[in-house]
Design a protein. Structure first.
Length: 307
């Protein structure tokens, strides 16, 4: 690889991340020139992208970081035809898991040297917001809301990334499982109503990638490059059904649950009672209507394989 690289990092990264990044940069600098730019807000990120020129952009971070860069390029109308690289330095790294990028950052750097640009799909909603990996509403979004609060609290216990912040998601999920929100929604998949207001819904998940929360495979068969989104609707609202669903979810066998609807689609619309949304870990809402469509091959990502 001789193409120059622009590596974008999170300016709030800790010492452990910086040390891991240096290991990866050493691998990349064996074959090409590398510039590193740290960004802390959308304005800084936009300025860095404006100065990127013809260099290939490498995201050094987690799901939130890759979401931020893809969203910024999409807003700038610069995403189409772009090839990105990813060095997984986040907490969950679910998109790296879904795409087969090694979680070891040195190995991920070697993928950038020897891998192949591979077309990646993207979910886009009606207000122009994008989803790189996963979006879900209902219990999953409630768990994410609670997890964020616990992650912030526990993140202060320890030093830099060696802290209890990683416990935030399982704690939030456990609290939500005990007292989950149940909402009445209409879910339309490719124009067909598959669940209506008369049926309470525990969770609706739309997966471009397979996992959330650092490895929980909410849509186990999802592949961000196959041209379809995986849709999972859980109707497990009763106490016993919820317990069975939670157990199956931990094993990845929940699609076989009798109260789960699993489909593949190009467009999904959710409407009804107020619901919160978790999109690539970013929480928004409450909403009463939101629709997502899949855009095939919206950009490319360097993945393991012969260049």
């Amino acid at each position: 690889m001789s193409e120059p690289l622009l590596v974008i990092t999170n300016s709030g990264a800790g010492t452990a991340d910086e040390e891991s990044l240096e290991v990866a940069l050493a691998v990349l600098r064996e074959t090409t020139s590398v510039e590193v730019q740290a960004t802390g807000d959308p304005g800084e990120l936009d300025g860095v992208l404006h100065r990127a020129g013809s260099r290939r952009i490498v995201v050094a971070g987690g799901d939130g970081s890759i979401h931020a860069v893809v969203a910024a390029l999409y807003r700038r109308h610069e995403l189409e035809g772009t090839t990105l690289g990813l060095l997984p330095l986040g907490t969950g790294n679910d998109f790296a898991r879904s795409t087969g990028i090694p979680l070891d950052v040195e190995e991920a750097a070697r993928v950038l040297v020897s891998g192949s640009p591979t077309p990646m799909d993207l979910l886009i909603d009606e207000v122009g917001e994008i989803v790189v990996n996963h979006v879900h509403v209902g219990a999953g979004a409630a768990a994410s809301r609670r997890s964020h609060r616990w992650k912030e609290r526990l993140g202060a216990v320890g030093y830099e990334k060696v802290n209890l912040g990683r416990l935030g998601y399982p704690i939030g999920a456990a609290i939500t499982a005990w007292n989950p929100p149940v909402v009445r929604l209409r879910v339309e998949v490719d124009g067909e109503v598959v669940s209506d207001f008369d049926t309470p819904v525990l969770q609706v998940a739309i997966g471009n990638g397979a996992s959330v929360g650092g490895g929980t495979e909410l849509t186990p068969g999802a592949d961000p490059g196959d041209g379809r989104a995986d849709v999972m609707i859980s109707l497990a609202t009763g106490p016993i059904s919820r317990l069975i669903y939670a157990g199956r979810l931990s094993l990845g066998s929940h699609p076989d649950h009798s109260d789960v609807i699993s489909l593949r689609a190009s467009q999904v619309t959710v409407s009804g009672e107020e619901f919160w949304i978790s999109a690539d870990g970013e929480i928004s809402g409450p909403e009463r209507h939101r629709s997502w469509r899949l855009q095939r091959a919206a950009y490319s990502l360097v993945l393991p394989g012969e260049a």
